[in-house]
Ligand binder design. Structure first.
Ligand code: FAD
Length: 405
């Protein structure tokens, strides 16, 4: 048999935002890093996210500055630096959908807003938009009575972020199929360690070695850990039932609508389609509470909610659809929202979940510290590339691509 070795410093398994940001950073630092993906790059939770680079404001809705909010507060600047081409990764080609995410009250919950904004936590991070001409266009309607606040949180077109992160590094990515027996790849373990990954193309078998294997597989971590033979750290899934509405109203909306709970009543982001319309993507309370609803029921609730909070926007000719997606995170005792990017060393591997798209830079930092601690330093990666015959994963489609005409 024709067996060839491929030696790397780090193999990253899973090309969502966590794996991509890490992979790009490691390559820039000079590591021989390889990225393995079994579907499409970004096609998991990442493309289905709302693309908001949270600075933690929504976690302070309870009035307290929680640990989550503290850790995440530094993230918008990391992303802004990257978008300016001056960060640890280069996102200068990525598309910004909105420079700011907003927070608005429909008008009937002013008292709650007062105590919320009185909290020290928010001072300097949230500005009320007082002048009508500075309001996002959608709120410049005579029937709008509420208050609007501008958050220091950018909203991104995630597909362009994914493209930027893999650009120029395609030859260091590998499309894998782990299907037992018929697939082309398998994890070979030895005493609780990952010995190597075996990948077969034609009559050649490649043995991919690494000093560290990093699992950034999102929900897929469970199966991978099963093949590796480890059960810790445990993962939890929190399901969401998102709503998509494609319509021709000219103004986009990027905002959390405040309700009476600590979760926004609705979080809306807007995504431009090729035919000049918008897909509004609806999350927040409606998506968390709507998990048990059928798609039809969920759409009915969404219509009713939108009519209540944006009564002047006409959805008569809109197309509606829903999307079920899980958030994959480390298991927490009471299904609490995890604090920061999670990284845990296991043998010669690291199991990690960012818990938020926004925390991808934090995750790359944490993995960097663990590599340092193990003395794994960059080597010369200038000429590092996979053999030409190996397949590379594609970048994902937009999340709504299969939902509308
Ligand atoms: P994923 O994006 O799921 O990536 C995992 C990748 O690994 C996938 O590409 C998958 O195909 C691949 N994979 C799986 N198994 C294997 C395997 N065995 N081998 C190789 N590859 C494998 N966060 C924010 O900060 N802002 C938001 O606005 C926001 N909105 C959200 C909205 C929704 C509806 C959801 C569900 C989440 C949202 N989040 C948001 C959270 C955010 O999306 C996630 O925290 C983040 O995308 C997780 O990234 P990831 O790379 O860990 O996972």
């Amino acid at each position: 048999d024709n067996v060839t070795g491929i030696n790397t410093d780090v193999v990253v398994i899973g090309g969502g935002i966590a794996g991509l940001w890490l992979f790009n950073t490691l390559n820039k630092q000079g590591y021989k890093a390889l990225l393995l993906e079994d579907e499409t790059l970004g096609g998991g939770q990442t493309i289905k996210s709302q693309g908001i680079v949270h600075g933690g404001t929504k976690y302070t809705l309870s009035g307290n500055l929680t640990k989550a909010a503290e850790c995440i507060a530094g993230m918008p600047q990391r992303w802004r630096d990257a978008l300016a081409g001056q960060g640890d990764v280069d996102l200068s080609d990525a598309r910004v959908l909105s420079e700011y995410h907003y927070l608005w009250s429909p008008g009937d919950i002013a008292s709650r807003m007062t105590s919320f904004f009185a909290s020290k936590a928010l001072r300097g991070r949230v500005n009320q938009v007082k002048d009508r001409e500075n309001l996002p266009a959608i709120f410049r309607n005579d029937s709008f009575r509420g208050k609007v606040y501008e958050l220091n949180e950018i909203v991104l077109d995630i597909q362009t972020v994914v493209k930027s992160l893999v650009k120029g590094l395609e030859s260091r990515t590998l499309k894998v199929d782990w299907t037992p027996d018929s697939g082309d790849s398998r994890l070979v373990t030895d005493n609780g360690e990952i010995a190597f990954i075996e990948h077969t193309q034609g009559n050649v078998t490649y043995r991919i070695h690494a000093r560290k294997f990093v699992l950034t597989a999102g929900e897929g971590a469970r199966t991978l850990m099963g093949r590796w033979g480890i059960s810790e750290p445990e993962m939890q899934l929190r399901p969401l039932h998102m709503v998509m509405v494609k319509h021709a109203h000219p103004d986009p909306l990027y905002a959390h609508c405040l309700g009476v709970k600590t979760v926004p009543r609705m979080t809306v982001t807007s995504h431009p389609t090729e035919d000049g319309q918008w897909v509004w993507y609806l999350g927040g309370e409606i998506a968390e509470d709507g998990v048990e609803r059928t798609s039809e029921e969920q759409i009915r609730v969404a219509r009713r909610e939108l009519a209540a909070i944006l009564p002047w926007v006409n959805f008569d000719n809109a197309q509606w659809s829903t999307l079920r997606v899980n958030r994959a995170e480390p298991k927490q005792s009471k299904l609490l929202r995890p604090d920061a990017a999670f990284c845990q060393s296991v043998g010669n591997g690291i199991v990690t979940w960012p818990t938020k798209l926004a925390l991808a830079p934090n995750l790359a930092d944490e993995v960097g510290h663990l590599l340092d601690a193990d003395g794994i330093q960059p080597s010369d990666n200038e000429s590092f590339a996979l053999p030409d015959n190996l397949k590379h994963p594609q970048v994902c489609e937009q999340f709504w691509s299969k939902h509308f005409d």
